[in-house]
Design a binder for this molecule. Structure first.
Ligand code: PMP
Length: 305
């Protein structure tokens, strides 16, 4: 990975290499931690963080769901991220910000009430999550053999570290099978989401994305729905089954890191013409205009550094 200069830990800046923790930290053993993934883009007016407040608010909410009491306000954490991007003196187009909270050293055993909460913000330069070629040509998706954990045994609305064991297993399986990314179904067999992104398909000019019944409430998905409606597309939120995807005209993934990544193949079925489709291309190019500060209609989503 690309190291940066400083990491913000519990209110203080520490040099990148010194941001360390004890091996007996609670989260390392039992997995209760919460993360965010936020992006800053280099615009013509300097770096701007996309939908900063929504991301930080989701971190606080994920923590509340998982009984982690972050001792900083959303405003304090917003300020920390702005300052962190400034202090690190980045130069590239893409900066990924990872705010997170976890349980530190001092308590063992599952009851975590007295475990100290550590709050950290890190940022580094990180390009296209699914590759530049993936953004241009589209990626190949495999439906994972595991389902996303059911709502009866999981908190899928929390961006919780523990949820990523499922994502990680699915992603590994997909890549080892020669694909680029995994798509997970829910316990009823309907599309939930990809391992780290949400799913859209295009059929007969309509954009269809599943409800967030069994997925993270994605900020990029929400942005795409707003954009697509403004562009005049009909957007439908409904359950999607596997075989509908196979005959879709187009498909794409949305996420802070995945941005708008076209899908060209799913489980050995070519989607559409097997390349980035025309609707996907329009959405993708408008999304980049927004995050790079080239669309004044969405300037309110950018926090300039
Ligand atoms: N689902 C999962 C499991 C994710 O990790 C992500 C990335 N945060 C998303 C969906 C997309 O969410 P967002 O658009 O808010 O980044």
């Amino acid at each position: 990975m690309n190291a940066a200069k400083f990491i913000w830990m519990n209110g203080k800046y520490v040099p990148w290499a010194e941001a360390q923790i004890h091996v007996l930290s609670h989260t390392l053993h039992y997995g209760n931690g919460v993360i965010e993934g936020t992006k800053a883009y280099k615009t013509e007016r300097g770096y701007a963080i996309f939908r900063l407040n929504e991301h930080t608010k989701r971190l606080k909410e994920s923590a509340k769901m998982t009984l982690i009491d972050i001792p900083f306000t959303v405003e304090e954490m917003n300020e920390a991220q702005i300052d962190l991007v400034r202090k690190n003196e980045f130069t590239g187009d893409n900066v990924y910000i990872r705010p997170f909270a976890f349980l530190g050293y001092g308590v063992m055993g599952l009851y975590h009430k007295d475990a100290p909460v550590e709050t950290v913000m890190a940022a580094w330069e990180w390009g296209a999550y699914l590759g530049e070629e993936g953004l241009r040509r589209g990626i190949r998706l495999k439906i994972a053999s595991m389902t996303r954990p059911a709502n009866t045994s999981n908190m899928g609305k929390a961006k919780a570290s523990a949820n990523y064991l499922n994502s990680q297993m699915a992603k590994f399986e997909a890549i080892e099978s020669g694909y680029d990314e995994a798509l997970l179904l829910d316990d009823q067999g309907y599309v939930a989401e990809a391992s780290g992104a949400c799913f859209f398909m295009v059929r007969d000019g309509q954009l269809i994305s599943p409800p967030n019944d069994n997925s993270l409430e994605s900020i990029t998905q929400k942005t795409v729905i707003e954009m697509a409606k403004k562009m005049g597309y009909e957007v439908v939120r409904r359950r999607i089954t596997r075989e509908e995807i196979y005959v879709a005209d187009e498909a794409f993934l949305t996420g802070t890191a995945a941005e708008i990544t076209p899908v060209r193949e799913v489980d050995a079925r070519i989607i559409g013409k097997g390349e980035r489709g025309p609707v996907t291309e329009k959405i993708q190019s408008s999304y980049f205009d927004i995050v790079f500060g080239r669309d004044p209609d969405y300037d309110h989503y950018l926090t300039y550094i």
